[in-house]
Ligand binder design. Structure first.
Ligand code: PLP
Length: 451
């Protein structure tokens, strides 16, 4: 794709888009999508010559940045050799992708079921848990996102996303820990952890643990606000699952593959689930891919009986070739370590410093290249900056912030009253600092809406 501005070509792309593309999560008549002409590393650009520092990693998936040459070459090479083959065959790139993933997942999660994305991974993890236990209920947290397919959207702990055409049969939601807006009125991380675990134990007791197939959690809930769990929480959930024979599913679709500065977020707390879902960063989203990493015990349950599930594009060769190249590049180039270092040395201190100077920043939280700034009208009451008006359009305060970011050349990830600072894991120190400086400017627009 050309790097030369070509506004006429951009206008044509947009016109055809508006005529024929039905966009996800959008009121079709209210959107004005940017036409993207190309991308490289931490940047992408439009047809008018505007270049953006991608602090969103698209949908938090381009963990190795845009157009990594090794991954592009691997896809091209695979396309020239073998574009597609059904999931029932053994294929070199699929076997190798599974081996590389299994080598990195915690504990004995050594068998990999491939899907085309995150929601399908969640659907299959829940199905495996139900088949394994013979039970049906699944417990999942409020303030979570697990995908937009039938079961995954019901597991998602956000009523605004529940479609009216499906019911949340078999799903029970509970509160996970989140100190800044603690549902338990806790004042310390220790209290929050203890009360969140007691609440989960109570929920289980009232639901009847013998009817519960699985507890599913995002290791670090992402879309709902990057809420890093307190020390001891995940180990406590593991313990409850063990006590009641419940399958523990960690959803690492967003947090996995380097995002938190470890291969998997669970590594920070040394916790091994029974099933771990992944997607996004596994191949930086270059070709759709996701999957479930399965414990030896659950996998063994399907040694003599068939697993009733599968997808035409399970472990697609182009997707697997890009996963092999992505994981190899991450290992060769120290990309996971880079994410950890940038988080510790640049983003963490830089964002906390911004919070000191900007009254609109109520909370800063995160790790690696996975951070959230919670923007508030009033720091004392923690009243959020207004995200949307009744028509679903961004209302003034958050819209002003978003517009200021884009005008300065920073592409933010904005959700409700938060901006998530989620650049690629490959982001350089200079790029991270450039992003912080642009955020500094844009936050002034949010400050104008504080009390
Ligand atoms: N699970 C988590 C934790 C996610 O963040 C997402 C997407 O953002 C999903 C599942 C769904 O993944 P996909 O959009 O690939 O279906």
């Amino acid at each position: 794709m050309s790097t030369q501005p070509d506004p006429a070509a951009g206008a044509a792309v947009k016109a055809t888009d508006r005529a024929h593309v039905f966009h996800s999560w959008s009121a079709q008549g209210l959107i004005d999508p940017l036409a993207v002409a190309g991308a490289e590393g931490s940047y992408f650009w439009d047809y008018d010559g505007n270049r953006y520092l991608d602090f969103s990693s698209q949908l938090v998936n381009t963990n190795i940045g845009h157009q990594h040459p090794k991954v592009v070459a691997a896809i091209q090479e695979q396309a020239g050799r073998l574009c597609t083959v059904a999931p029932g065959f053994a294929v070199d790139v699929r076997s190798e992708a599974a081996r590389l993933i299994a080598e990195r997942t915690p504990g004995d999660l050594d068998k990999i079921f491939f899907t085309s994305g995150g929601a399908e991974a969640v659907e299959n993890a829940v199905r495996m848990a139900r088949l394994h236990t013979g039970r049906s209920k699944v417990l999942s947290t409020y303030r979570s996102y697990h995908g937009a397919t039938a079961a995954a959207i019901n597991l998602t702990g956000d009523p605004r996303r529940w479609p009216s055409d499906t019911a949340s049969a078999g799903v029970v939601h509970f509160w996970g820990p989140f100190l800044y807006r603690s549902p338990f009125h806790a004042e310390t991380e220790e209290q929050e952890c203890e009360r969140a675990l007691r609440h989960l134990a109570d929920t289980l007791a009232f639901e009847g643990p013998q009817s519960v197939a699985a507890i599913i959690l995002e290791t670090v809930p992402g879309t709902a606000g990057i809420m890093v769990p307190p020390a001891g929480y995940l180990a406590g959930v593991r313990e409850l699952c063990d006590r009641h024979g419940i399958v523990f599913i960690l959803d690492e679709v967003m947090a996995g593959f380097g995002r938190t500065g470890r291969w998997f977020a669970a590594d920070h707390w040394g916790v091994t689930p029974d099933l771990l879902t992944f997607a996004k960063g596994v191949n930086s989203g270059y070709v759709p891919l996701g999957g479930v990493a399965i414990s030896a015990e659950i996998a063994a349950g399907f040694d003599r009986r068939p697993y009733p599930g599968g997808l035409t594009y399970s472990g697609h060769p182009l997707a697997c070739a890009s996963a092999v190249a992505t994981i190899e590049a991450m290992a060769e180039e120290g990309i996971v370590e880079n994410a950890a270092r940038i988080g510790e040395d640049v983003l963490g201190p830089g964002l906390r410093e911004l919070a000191e100077r900007h009254p609109s920043v109520g909370d800063v939280r995160g790790l690696g290249v996975f951070w959230a700034l919670e923007l508030v009208r009033d720091r004392a009451t923690r009243e959020p900056l207004v995200p949307y008006n009744a028509a679903g359009e961004a209302a003034a305060p958050m819209a002003a912030f978003t517009a200021a970011c884009k005008k300065s050349g920073l592409w933010p990830f904005v959700n409700m009253n938060r901006t998530h600072v989620v650049p690629p894991c490959t982001v350089s120190e200079a790029e991270a600092k450039e992003g912080l400086a642009l955020l500094d400017e844009a936050l002034t627009a949010a400050d104008a809406h504080t009390v």
